[in-house]
Design a protein around this ligand. Structure first.
Ligand SMILES: [Zn+2]
Ligand SMILES: [Zn+2]
Length: 311
């Protein structure tokens, strides 16, 4: 498949010496290149082997999404079928049936192929236009960690406000209601949503790195791959319906996790954020009975104070 000059290497001599008849040969040719780790060599071999950077990036992101999303859903599907795990199911009387999971799978796959499969081919030209790098070597791990932390923070804010907005009147009726079909969510239901919602909330995942790059001119496609993987894991896990003693939010209290989002599906209001708990906490939009009781308590005490002032 090799042929067209990929710009994965800024140095074209290096590119020519790496070209082989297949992926393995290209990778073997790169073994002699110093200062590149195995991941970087795999990345460069892939781009050189494909020989068309637009196609390579599109295929990479489409495959990454399918593989990471369904790969993360599979363990939850198995857990749902093993009675031993029932003790950690949040809404333990509501197990998704095979029919429900099958319907959901068909809808998610249709959305992936109809909504996502077309714009993904424009991603590489966009990256080149705004300066998202895809050459090797990769940035250092500290930069990757820092940028992904920023993306998590802003995606959560984006998700909170737009998700909250989607619960209003016609937005709920015509768009967001589809996602609330399952009052007891399961992993696959993470991306079960109306195409408008997929695009609107998806902007938080894809648009925020783009804005970051426009402002800083410092972003690598590899960082976006890790970010999208982690964000997919977060979304699938939040819909898993299971709360384990080892769940992340027991160690990071500000992490939302499955319990937070399960309450949202159960009660239909409150807990609008995706990854963290602080927006709902600060703006008093937490879901669930305890949060409702505490809100009522606050309202009662402020009404009493008002009444006392008037006396
Ligand atoms: Zn909702
Ligand atoms: Zn949900």
């Amino acid at each position: 498949m090799s042929g067209t000059l990929s710009t994965v290497f800024q140095n074209s001599t290096l590119h020519h010496s790496a070209v082989g008849s297949g992926f393995i040969e290209t990778f073997n040719n790169l073994k002699a290149v110093k200062d590149l780790n195995v991941l970087e060599k795999l990345w460069a071999s892939y781009y050189i082997w494909i020989g068309n950077d637009i196609f390579a990036t599109g295929l990479l992101f489409f495959t990454l999404h399918e593989f990471m999303y369904f790969g993360r859903c599979l363990p939850w599907y198995i857990i749902d079928r093993v009675p031993f795990f029932r003790r950690w199911k949040i809404q333990d009387t509501k197990l998704p049936s095979d029919k429900e999971q099958w319907e959901c799978l068909k809808s998610v796959l249709t959305s992936h192929f109809l909504v996502e499969a077309f714009p993904i081919w424009f991603f590489h030209p966009l990256c080149e236009h705004i300066g998202i790098s895809y050459s090797v070597p990769f940035p250092n791990w500290f930069d990757i960690f820092l940028q992904i932390s920023v993306f998590f923070f802003f995606e959560d804010a984006w998700h909170y406000w737009f998700h909250r907005g989607l619960h209003h009147g016609v937005f709920y009726k015509y768009i967001h209601k589809q996602h609330h079909r399952y009052a007891a969510p399961f992993g696959l239901a993470a991306e079960y949503a109306h195409p408008i919602e997929v695009m609107l909330l998806g902007f938080g995942t894809v648009g925020i790195p783009i804005i970051w790059c426009l402002l800083t001119k410092n972003l690598h496609l590899f960082t976006i791959c890790i970010w999208i993987t982690l964000r997919l894991f977060q979304a699938v896990d939040a819909h898993s319906g299971y709360e384990f003693p080892i769940s992340l939010h027991h160690f990071l209290p500000f992490w939302a996790g499955a319990e937070h989002h399960d309450e949202h599906h159960h009660h239909f209001i409150g807990n609008y954020a995706s990854s963290f708990r602080f927006w709902d906490f600060v703006l008093d939009t937490e879901a669930g009975l305890t949060a409702k009781q505490s809100r009522e308590k606050k309202m009662k005490s402020s009404a009493e104070k008002k009444a006392k002032k008037q006396i």
